[in-house]
Structures are given as structure tokens and as C-alpha cells.
Write a protein that binds this ligand. Sequence first.
Ligand code: ATP
Ligand code: MG
Length: 578
Amino acid sequence: MSTLFLRTLRDDPADAEVPSHKLLVRAGYVRRVAPGVYSWLPLGLRVLKAVEKVVREEMNSIGAQEILLPALLPREPYETTARWTEYGDNLFRVKDRKGTDMLLGPTHEEIFAQLVKSEYSSYKDLPVILYQIQTKYRDEERPRAGILRGREFVMKDSYSFDLDDDGLKASYIAHRDAYQRIFARLAVRYVIVAATSGAMGGSASEEFLAESEVGEDTFVRCLESGYAANVEAVITPAPEPIPFDGLGPAQVHETPDTTTIETLVEWANDTLDGTYDAADTLKNVMVKVREPGGDWELLGIGVLGNREVDVKRLEASLEPAEVELLTEADFAANPFLVKGYIGPKALAENGVRYLVDPRVVDGSAWITGADEPNRHVVGLVAGRDFTPDGTVEAAEILDGDLSPDGKGPLVAAKGIEIGHIFQLGQKYTNAFEVDVLGESGKPVRLTMGSYGVGVSRLVAVIAEQHHDDKGLRWPAEVAPYDVHLVIANKDEAAIGGATSLAEELDAEGLDVLLDDRKSSPGVKFKDAELLGMPVVVVVGRGYANGVVEVRDRFTGESTEVPIDDAVSAIVATVRQQR
Ligand code: ATP
Ligand code: MG
């Protein structure tokens, strides 16, 4: 450590909010260069490489073959699949000296599809799984929490190519199993949830979410059935349509000062027969959307008044279109939108697309805006008095909502996405016409899967799940060093003893970090806790009596061991942690 390129910090960095970010910076694992762009210092790089090693071993174990593609890519293939446009502002675009458009790869489906097309021509060559561990670039809108959400980050991405759906399913299951082994070895607590396929296209897809309070993904699960899904993927169970007969006509009422759902419900209970709650009202939220390459268009979203619009769910439903809330200027430009009193009528009359919550079935009656200040309409019946342009999964999911499988209530929790597996199907093989000659002599279009692991993000995730108020606490599989050996004794004999102990451990195949600095024992102990190696050995005052101290950073247990037994005791402790 006297020569190690490492400076630990006493204070948390000003820009850090989550524990992993604070600790990785304070412990000298990473340093910020620009927003979402980080350097890996010696200790951090060792963790990153250890994560890579686990990922690589498990990918190799399913027969996947490692290759390495460039990060600097031509525009054309991404034009072919429309992702040059669909990726929007997240794509890092560059121009070469001739003014030709290029990009920094955010993910590589296009290039892998082209590569397999160019190399393989017969059904005999398949199936094949190719992968790389490579630096990706995405101009994230909100780079966050250090390496958790970077604009430059390391991903393992793999791609399977199969002749048919059964083959694709087998490749998918092989990845799913490999991912479970990876995350178990990395000691990450996670759940597998149903996901939307997002901008990637295709159908079946699942996400691996590390359980964490600081996660940006919300998932729900049903404890009764084991159903688990990213909120973006939850399908609202729609009630049966209701017959129109027997429903009275819709009536417009004067409803002074009822711009909020709360005041509207109060008015209904005071004025109308019966009892009402927020779920009896239809709230119309205005947004604007833009399809890739298109213009901004107004869109009305009708949700039950007891729920907010969940922007992430809405965005996932409308992908690849972009979504924004309306500005004051937008309202001013569209005077038929009467804030607080927007109803389906004005939207229809002005040609504004209108999508509603799946609970708004034909025959359901609503209290909603009458498109004039201080007026609402009561008993407005869907399918009779207004006809939406379709349904949309936009409403927030509430704790206690019925699980889509009908087996019990949903509970919500937060997670960080660490892996994602997709059965893409033929979206990319169609785009590039990736065919081989089939057994029957006819061409066969290949079907494709794509699978990602956030390698650099995992370093932060592990730190997030394994730390205490003193510092990091690495699981054995990824710790930068197996043993942190602290010399806490100025005596020449002790220093000599510690140095030869380090050499003996090294000869046993352990990686040893030797704190041979001149600093005080207190400083050294604090650093040992902050840096987080799984076993800390202290050669201190006890050395004169023939003992060293062995501390388990995970359990906090500390034992005194005779010097003669030290090597075998330490080796045993390290092995046990693995
Ligand atoms: P997120 O929803 O977190 O933005 P994503 O859906 O964009 O993730 P994928 O495109 O599926 O992610 O990428 C595969 C994996 O790469 C993710 O599961 C995640 O672990 C990792 N990853 C994605 N974006 C980032 C990023 N900006 N920084 C670090 N890791 C990332
Ligand atoms: Mg993303």
C-alpha cells in the first residue's frame, strides 16, 4: 500500500447520493471524469475484472463464444432497422472528417446480425451464441449514482441465432440459467420479472432486478402466486363490458371550483344521489407525443381519478414515440383544452387522439370534464357517449391491486436492472435478411435472442448490497484482494514477520494487500474497513506474544491465531468464504 495508486477520502463526494457511489469514490475505486464517465483505479479495476471473469466463465459454460466488436460504428445498419432515429437523444452520434455519420454503439444487434449473415450459410452451422464484454455508450438523460447509470459503461451482450422457435427458447433458457449462476456467485439478491421489450422489438423478455431501495425500476409481485413483473409490463385486468340498457342519459352539471379530483368527489357526494369516490371519476391528462421522425401531436390519456399517470408505464406503452407533458404555451395554443375540466367530447371534436385505461370498458359510466369552466358531466357512458381510440397501460399500479393472474394482491418494491433477456424473434434477421440454406434445400430465416448483463453496473450493485456504515464489504468472489494484511506494530521483528506472512499467503495463491505504510494503526484500521477486503489480518501488539488477529469483514468476528498457524487459518477462512 505504500506504493499503491490509492488515496482514500474522509468525506463523501458532494455529488453522491447513494451509498455505493459515496463508498466507491471515498475508497478510491473510481474517479469521475465527466457526468456518467468514470475512471477505474487499481482496486476498482480488480473488482470490475473479477465480475467480468464470472460472467465470462458462465457464458463459456453454455457454449457461447466470445468475440469483440468495435464501439465506433457506421450509421447504415442502424438506419436499416430505424434505430438511428428511434434511439433519439440517447444515441451518441459522431461525424468523421469527411462528414460521414457514425455512432458509438449503445447495443449491437445490427452488427451481430450482419456478422452471422456474412459468415454462415448453412443450417449445419446453427445454433450459435456469440457474446462480447464491451464498452457501451448511451447519452443518458440522467446519468446517476456514479457507475450505476453511466454514459460510458461495460456490458456483456450476447446474441443467439437459431433455426426455429424451439431453438430460440432453448438458447433463452440457457441464458436464464447462466444468469442465475452469475448472480448467485456475485452474491447479488435479485428477482426475475416479466419485462416489456421496449425499443428492441420482439416478444418474451425478462429482467433481472437487484433488490435495492435506490433502484429506479419499480416491480410488483404477488406473494400468493409468485407472479413478478416490472410495473411497465403489468397488464391491467379489464372488467367485462356492461350492457347499455337501463343506463340513464349523461347530464352536465354546474360544479363550481372543482378543478381537483378531491373537490369534484366532494361535490358529487354533496349533490348527487349515492356515494362516490375518486375511482368513479375519469381524469383526462394531456400529453404530447412524437413518433420517430414525426411531429409532436396531442394525446389525451383517460385514467381513473384515484390514480396518477405513471410516466414510465406510459412511455413503455407508447415506445418508440417520445412523450412530454404540455407546457402553458401548448394549452394557450389549444383553447379547447379547459384545464381542470377536460372531457372526451372536446378531444373528439378537435381530432385529438384519446386513449383510456383498460378499466374504462364499454358501458362504464363516469363523472368527467364537460370542457367548460366549472362544468362536469355525470353518467357519461363509454361506448355510448364517447368512443376512445383505444386503451393504454398508463395508470400507476397501487399496492393491493389485483395480480393479473387473479391470485392475490400486488406489492411493490424497488430494483436495479442488472440483466435483461429477450426473445427478439426475426426483427433484426428480417431487416438484414439473415437466411441460411435449410435441410430441405430452401432458405430459412434465422430467429434471434439478445441478452445483456450490466458488468460495470454490477460493481455498484454489489457495493450497494454489501456495505455497512464503515465501508465496503466485498463478497469473496469479487474482492480486489483476498486478504488485507495490516502492520500495526513499529517493531522491526513484527514488520519482518508480517512481510514474510504476506509472502507465504501469496505462495498459497491468495491475493494479499499489505498495508506497510507509516501511518498510525487507527488510520490503517479505518482504511481496511473502508476498502472492504473480506479478511483483515492484523500484525500488531500481540506479535510479541506470538499471535496475529484475523478479522472476518463479513461477520465482524475477530480471532487471535498463533503465528505458526496463521497461514493455514487464513487460507481456511478465505476458502470458507468462497
Ligand atoms: P435501464 O432501464 O436501467 O436504462 P436498459 O433497459 O436500457 O436499462 P438494456 O438495454 O437491456 O438496459 O441493457 C442491458 C444491461 O446493461 C441492463 O440490464 C443494465 O444492467 C446495463 N445498463 C443499461 N444502461 C446502463 C447504463 N447507463 N449504465 C450502466 N449499465 C447500464
Ligand atoms: Mg436504458
